[in-house]
Design a protein around this ligand. Sequence first.
Ligand code: SF4
Length: 496
Amino acid sequence: MLLAVTGENFEYDTYLLIREFYPDRNIVRLYENTGAFYLSLEKPETGFHCEYLEGVTRITFADGLKPEKKYEYPVPVSKSDRKEYKKAHMGNLYRTLRNVTGQELPWGDLTGVRPTKPARIMFEKNTPEEEIRRFYREGRFVSEEKSALAIEIAKRETEILKPIDTKNGYSLYIGIPFCPTRCSYCSFLSNPIAMWQNRVEEYLSCIKKELDFVKSAFEGKIPDTVYIGGGTPTALSAEELKILTDTVLSFLSSQNSSPDSKLLEFTVEAGRPDSITKEKLRVLKEAGVNRISVNPQTMNEETLVRIGRKHTVLQTVSAYELARAEGFDNINMDIILGLPGEGMKEIRKTMDEIIKLKPDSLTVHSLAIKRSARMAGLMLEGEDFSSLGLDRNPVKMMEAAYSGAKELSLKPYYLYRQKNIAGNLENVGFAREGKYGIYNILMMEEVQSIAAVGAGTVSKKVLPGDIQRCDTAKDIGLYMDGIDEMIERKQKLFSE
Ligand code: SF4
């Protein structure tokens, strides 16, 4: 399939929207010449030619030997209003794709990561709910159900954020890029800890050095939340974890804060159940960590083997029970829908097991295979993960997860989407009242600055109407060897 974009160059947005309708087709840009881009899907005899012109969108769809179809829609927006102008053209492309494929997308032409953000911003401006609904339904072609979900989440987020002085505070993210082993679907920065064992202390001293910089950059400001993620922070030994939490506590006290007083939330992703021990949980508890994750991903033994998680269902249950016994009263669990070899039966089993455990929050991910995942490589080599004759309807799987969350009295409180996400759906965080992951909302809604330290992390400076970012090296060795440069990058970001 060929795609040509002429007139206005909205190539990337065009690509994103077409990919939502054709998730299994490989879209490659072949060549470009002045103002026209050609993307190849896989059958060169079919294609789209999109003309984004002032006042009109014209799209021609050619499909093999059949006669070409032409679509033309008005653009009643001035070119000077760039945002609305692009939105109008993309809406017209959506209409065309809907006609050509006969499909509706649950999130309409919203291709971004944060589909709830417009609703939250509108609530902030006291926009009536009916108008927000119209924006989603009529303006962006979002389904009734997803519009209601976006509004429900945005309302909840607005309430949760109300008492927080987001503008004057900030949050701290610490990345620990080590895991016991690497799971096959993983696209995060994670390295088997055994490979780095003799440099872990050095890594922790780099974190300290970065925190010393954050101290001075945010002098006089009090952090709202601290989130230690990864990777799997509990891949560190109990002693190493103690060094890390002591560093965080001393950082907090320098900011006149502590987990007992001003800090709203201190989360550690314990993540892999095979990394959790009583000693480590005690270190976290003593440091005042008040929210952890114990992530099953699935409660099916065979899947765990297939995805290289290298732990058992029993280990998940034991780690969770151990955390409860050690006094953790805010435990999150992550699951993934659409894992290879899993259908409705497996999802129901996972949900049944999770319901028995009663976590305080549940984060439901729809599988999105990124290029950096080992599983993507296996797929390219011809390993067929999906031909196991299963009932793999992503919508039904998501419904089963929603109904399990409801049974646990958990409510949806944040949501985001990713590229290549199964069924064009979403990732959703559910939680019991009062157990919401505040950092998740602050980060996903981009309402306050995030000082992120550690390899492969991204710091954000949130200004009115503008968000600036800076990252650190993803390679752990380069990060440690270039720690002074990593700090200089942040200095530039936060001092300007
Ligand atoms: S535990 Fe998480 S971060 Fe670590 S390898 Fe598995 S998916 Fe990646």
